[in-house]
Design a protein around this ligand. Sequence first.
Ligand SMILES: [Zn+2]
Length: 102
Amino acid sequence: MTDNLAIENYEIVNDILLVSFTDKSDAMIPLRALREKCPCAACQGEKDALGNIYKGPDPVLTENSFQINGIKTVGYYGLQLFWKDGHDTGIFTGKLLKRLSN
Ligand SMILES: [Zn+2]
């Protein structure tokens, strides 16, 4: 058993990512919200053992930053998004996608 959510299918409709999970639930997240919550170290900072967060300067986001060229699945539980501004290091787990959806 895992507490993660396996991704069954996904598609982009307009500016919204639709994801369905193998437990038959689904998620709908606007691309803009996904980019703002990008989980990679460059966007969210890296925590050291004491819980201090190290983060570089905020990346400059343009219109291209909120559009994607493609999506790749990573194992059963992750989606890697390829943003048009070249950013592609964030991997969104099923669990995170579910949390961002409302
Ligand atoms: Zn990022």
